[in-house]
Design a protein around this ligand. Structure first.
Ligand SMILES: [Zn+2]
Length: 176
């Protein structure tokens, strides 16, 4: 039972990491869930990429490159949140996330596996630093807590949780 709870908590932080990253990076999604299916323990339901985003043919375009960076951070954010919580890397659990990330990195690096490897190493460190930011990490914890209670949250509900958490934090600061 204890083990199961621990796994739930990890999954909630993993999925909250994805959702919080997508919120702050303005990457749209429908909902986030910790309900498992055959493929995963939970997931974030995204919208398809916009038609203007063609990383395979337009990877030198500034907007495309920015979007790739954001998508990679949002993708790594699940594993990164889990890592910050448990101090353990769970590459197996993040396999699905990493699949697409590798493709995006290869587009970004013009097909060079060596460059893509270095780029992903840096993006991983970048994601850890990004999500560890106290404000963002506070949001991850709040969203994870709600996910453990409700199992599924719409993007609009996540936005509300984040807004409320931030407002609360700054009100407390004012009193101090
Ligand atoms: Zn994930």
């Amino acid at each position: 039972m204890r083990k199961k709870l621990k796994r739930f908590k990890k999954t909630a932080h993993h999925e909250a990491g994805h959702a919080v990253a997508r919120h702050f990076l303005h990457l749209p999604y429908r909902y986030v869930t910790i309900e498992s299916d055959e493929e995963s323990l939970g997931h974030v339901e995204r919208f398809p990429y916009p038609k203007s985003f063609c990383p395979d043919i337009d990877s030198e375009n500034y907007r495309v490159r920015k979007r790739i960076e954001k998508e990679i951070i949002a993708s790594f954010a699940g594993h990164a949140a889990e890592f910050i919580l448990s101090k353990r890397k769970n590459w197996k659990g993040a396999r699905q996330d990493n699949h697409e990330t590798v493709d995006l990195a290869l587009y970004y690096c013009g097909g060079s596996t060596e460059e893509a490897g270095a780029f992903l190493d840096w993006m991983w460190l970048r994601t850890i630093g990004w999500i560890k930011n106290p404000l963002r990490w506070m949001c991850v914890k709040k969203v994870a807590k709600e996910l453990l209670e409700k199992h599924k949250l719409k993007a609009t509900e996540v936005r509300k949780i984040i807004k409320e958490a931030i407002h609360k934090k700054f009100d407390v600061k004012k009193i101090d």
